[in-house]
Design a binder for this molecule. Structure first.
Ligand SMILES: Cc1ncc(COP(=O)(O)O)c(C=O)c1O
Length: 496
């Protein structure tokens, strides 16, 4: 057992650091070729780790050996260039180490008194995210645990605009029934937020989408009118800038107009799509975002920052402080004479907050915005190349054309297509079979381990979903995936 000062001895710190650095380096190198999925079952994983609370400590060398032998091999290698999956990026190298530096300093970024420089850096990082997305460069906001909390924060701001009395007296005091409008392609966090705000999930009006997965504004408009006639009170519109399943981007300018006409809050969920604002080859993907009242953008998605680093951006800091107003006499106020750094506990949900801004700051500083532009452009091009190639493959079709770096497509052999076109009961059965095919193909890809894609519901049914989310993914990876695809499909469908 080590005595306490020994825990901080430079000998121990350096030995742990050197070993950890070697492990990280090995991981980053080997994970490029390693199988993405690991077949070990949950029962075996439990057997590996189940033990009573250890009374005795373990030597750090042994502990790190356990990490490399028993933990690393059983992780999902979402950092692989072949991982074409969910919103899990390959992390920027500098940010991996920034996470350790953050922990070493252990700043509590709730009150700036305890994180003077960290709070200033967070202000800067928020403005950079505002500029990168094309929102506004002089915005305010803060980092969150993720897009889920960021979306909830955006909707809380919206509700505070509509009914400030709710903060102190609850919804009953407002005596009004509020509604919020979003595409049926929304992320579940919007639904959860409406529930957590006490509005009830029925307050969320899911608006149907076109075949390109963008929201139907005409229907949204009539739903709002009808709700008003029924005595309900629309208080926010959510536009999606990069839908989770398809990557679709809603027509943000039209949504901004509609919010404006109704005098209500406009929140944009760019949790995933935010980095598209940096594209030079595909300009204008996020046009309209600059008219939002608040924006969700996650640095831990398309900005390649390791988890967690979500973000909420907004225009009015004092309005946010009024929304989350806090009196906490036991936390000292900043002593700065003028314009003190932001006290983040005053403008959001969290209390204790990590100095996560450091890894975002280091990623931007180390790589530069031009690097991001180049990578995002390459990823957008790769997604379009996939779509072009799929279109040439007999029996395959694009489900939703790529607006961002996500492509959705389906395997639809001739007999199925004919049955679907015929309509009636036969078509229904064929559609179900088509959905099942996509899920089976995704499972076959995942099991093979060289690539990872998913199946997701998009307009028209389930589709395969390929997301170019790693900065390591290149043409070679995409070509190898496309050349294997017919084999994956055949294996999935024949059950071999
Ligand atoms: C569009 C969108 N919004 C919000 C979220 C939620 O983000 P998080 O998982 O970081 O809470 C996601 C996650 O994938 C998303 O795709």
């Amino acid at each position: 057992m080590k005595n306490d000062p020994e825990l901080n001895s430079s000998e121990l710190v350096r030995d742990i650091g050197d070993r950890v650095t070697a492990i990280i380096s090995d991981c980053l190198e080997s994970r490029i070729t390693q199988s993405i999925t690991d077949p070990t079952g949950v029962a075996d994983l439990r057997t590996l780790f189940e033990e009573p609370l250890p009374r005795e400590g373990t030597d750090h060398k042994e502990l790190l050996d356990i990490f490399t032998s028993s933990i690393v091999p059983h992780t999902l290698v979402s950092t692989s260039p072949g991982y074409l999956g969910l919103m899990n990026p390959t992390p920027a190298t500098m940010s991996i180490f920034a996470d350790a530096l953050t922990s070493a300093l252990n700043q509590n970024q709730a009150a700036s008194h305890h994180s003077p420089v960290g709070s200033v850096i967070e202000e800067v990082v928020i403005r950079w995210l505002g500029e990168a997305t094309g929102y506004v460069a002089d915005c305010f906001g803060h980092l969150t645990s993720g897009g889920t909390v960021a979306n909830m924060t955006g909707l809380k701001l919206a509700l505070h605009r509509a009914a400030p009395e709710v903060r102190d007296h609850g919804l009953a005091a407002a005596g009004r029934r509020f509604t919020v409008y979003a595409s049926d392609q929304l992320h579940f966090s919007i639904e959860r937020s409406v529930d957590m705000l006490g509005l009830g999930r029925a307050a969320l009006r899911l608006v149907p989408t076109h075949s390109d997965a963008t929201v139907d504004i005409g229907i949204m408009k009539s739903m709002m009118e009808e709700d008003r006639r029924d005595g309900l009170e629309p208080f926010a519109i959510v536009g999606i800038a990069g839908a989770t399943a398809s990557g679709a981007v809603d027509p943000l300018p039209e949504l901004a107009d509609l919010a404006n006409e109704n005098g209500i809050w406009f929140h944009v969920d760019a949790a995933y799509g935010g980095a598209a604002g940096l594209s030079r080859e595909y300009p204008g993907i996020l046009t309209g975002i600059e008219r939002a009242d608040s924006v969700t953008v996650d640095a831990h998605k398309w900005f390649f920052v390791p988890f967690v680093a979500g973000g909420i951006l907004f225009r009015d800091q004092s309005f946010a402080e009024d929304t989350f107003q806090n009196v906490a006499g036991y936390i000292p106020d900043s002593e700065a004479a003028e314009r003190p750094p932001t006290d983040y506990l005053k403008q959001g949900l969290a209390g204790t907050r990590r100095f996560n801004a450091l890894k975002v700051w280091m990623a931007f500083k180390h790589l530069g915005a031009d690097w991001y532009t180049q990578v995002v452009d390459r990823q957008l091009t790769l997604a379009r190349n996939v779509a072009d190639a799929i279109q040439q493959m007999p029996g395959w079709q694009i489900a939703v054309p790529p607006a961002t770096a996500i492509v959705t497509f389906r395997y639809e052999p001739e007999e199925l297509r004919a049955a679907i076109e015929e309509g009636g009961e036969q078509a229904e059965t064929a559609l179900m079979e088509r959905d099942r095919f996509q899920e089976q193909i995704a499972a076959a890809v995942q099991q093979d381990g060289r690539h990872w894609i998913s199946a997701a519901p998009v307009p028209g049914g389930f589709a395969l979903r390929l997301n170019v989310i790693s900065f390591l993914t290149d043409e070679e990876v995409i070509d190898s995936f496309l050349s294997e695809l017919p084999r994956y499909a055949a294996a999935a469908i024949s059950g071999t």
